[in-house]
Design a protein. Structure first.
Length: 288
C-alpha cells in the first residue's frame, strides 16, 4: 500500500489544449468516484484559465452520473464572463465520452467592503487532543471489507479528527451534527488557489452521512444508497489548509429519499473561512 500520497499531485492537471485538462483518479473504496475529487479538480481546471490576481469566491456543482474511479477525468472549461471585478467559468467533467458533472465557479479581484461574522465557532476540544480518524479503521482492519483495507492509504492525505465518536460498525441514533478538524498531511505552497482546491476536495468528506445520524444508519449498511446531487461552496477569507480547520456540519432535513446538509468551516482563531451546502440521494433498498 502506497504510504506517501500527496493530494496536490491529484489536483495537478495535465493540459491537453487551451481550456481542456485531464486529471488522474483515486479509488477510495467507494461505490463510485469520490465527489470531492471531481470538485477539486474542476476548480483547479477553472483556475488555470483565470488571471492570477482573481480568487475563487463561490462554486456550484451538479453531479449527473456516477464517476469511475479507475478512469481519468477530462475537464472542459468554458469562459462565460470576464468582467472588471468578477469572472465566471463553467466546467464540464467527462468520462468515457459522457458528461458526469458540471461546475460553475465565480472569481473576484480582492477588495475591501463591509464585514461582519454572525456565526460563532463552537467550543470543541483542540485537534491535538483527538485521535486521527483513520486510526479507528487501521485498528479494525479485520472487520473491514478487503476493498477498503486496500484503499486506506488514499484517505491519508487529509488528517481528519472527529470531535464526536461515531462507530460506523455500530451506528447509534444521534443528533444530525458533526464536527471534524481537518488539515492536509503535507505542507502546501503559499498560493491560496492550492488551499482552495484542497479544501474543496475535503469538503465532501463526512458531509452527506451527517444526514444518516438521526436514523441510526451507517454508510456501511448495504441497504443504503447515497450519492451527491448538488454541492455549493463559498470562500469568505484567505486561509491555510495545512493548518487545522474545523468543519461544522448539520442536516436540517431529510425526506423524499434526499438529505440536506450545510457546513461552516473555521480556522483556529474562530474566523469563518468557508460555507458549504449539499443535497444528496438517501435511499433504502433491499439488502444485497
Amino acid at each position: 500500500m502506497t504510504q506517501d500520497i500527496k493530494l496536490t499531485e491529484l489536483l495537478t492537471l495535465e493540459k491537453l489544449e487551451e481550456g481542456l485538462y485531464r486529471g488522474l483518479s483515486w479509488d477510495l473504496g467507494f461505490r463510485a468516484l469520490f465527489g470531492g475529487q471531481v470538485m477539486g479538480q474542476a476548480l483547479a481546471a477553472a483556475q488555470r484559465t483565470v488571471k492570477d490576481e482573481r480568487i475563487a469566491h463561490s462554486l456550484h456543482c451538479y453531479f449527473l452520473l456516477p464517476g469511475n474511479a479507475h478512469l481519468p477525468v477530462v475537464y472542459d472549461v468554458e469562459i462565460m464572463r470576464d468582467g472588471r471585478s468578477f469572472c465566471t467559468r463553467r466546467v464540464k467533467a467527462i468520462q468515457g465520452g459522457r458528461t458526469i458533472f458540471y461546475m460553475t465557479a465565480s472569481f473576484q479581484l480582492p477588495e475591501q467592503g463591509l464585514s461582519h461574522q454572525h456565526a460563532p465557532m463552537p467550543q470543541v476540544p483542540a485537534p491535538e487532543s483527538l485521535e486521527p480518524d483513520i486510526r479507528f479503521y487501521e485498528d479494525m482492519m479485520d472487520k473491514l471489507p478487503p476493498v477498503m483495507v486496500e484503499k486506506l492509504a488514499y484517505h491519508k492525505p487529509i488528517d481528519m479528527r472527529s470531535v464526536q465518536s461515531v462507530n460506523p460498525m455500530d451506528p447509534k441514533i444521534m443528533e444530525p451534527t458533526r464536527y471534524v478538524w481537518m488539515r492536509t498531511s503535507n505542507d502546501l505552497n503559499d498560493e491560496l488557489d492550492q488551499h482552495q482546491t484542497c479544501l474543496t476536495y475535503a469538503s465532501d468528506y463526512y458531509f452527506l452521512v451527517t444526514a444518516l445520524q438521526p436514523h441510526g444508519v451507517s454508510i456501511m449498511n448495504r441497504s443504503v444508497r447515497m450519492a451527491t446531487i448538488d454541492h455549493a461552496m463559498w470562500f469568505h477569507r484567505p486561509f491555510r489548509f495545512d493548518d487545522w480547520l474545523l468543519y461544522c456540519m448539520e442536516s436540517p432535513f431529510s425526506g423524499n429519499a434526499r438529505g440536506l446538509v450545510r457546513g461552516q468551516i473555521y480556522n483556529r482563531q474562530g474566523e469563518l473561512v468557508a460555507s458549504t451546502m449539499q443535497e444528496g440521494l438517501m435511499r433504502k433498498v433491499e439488502e444485497e
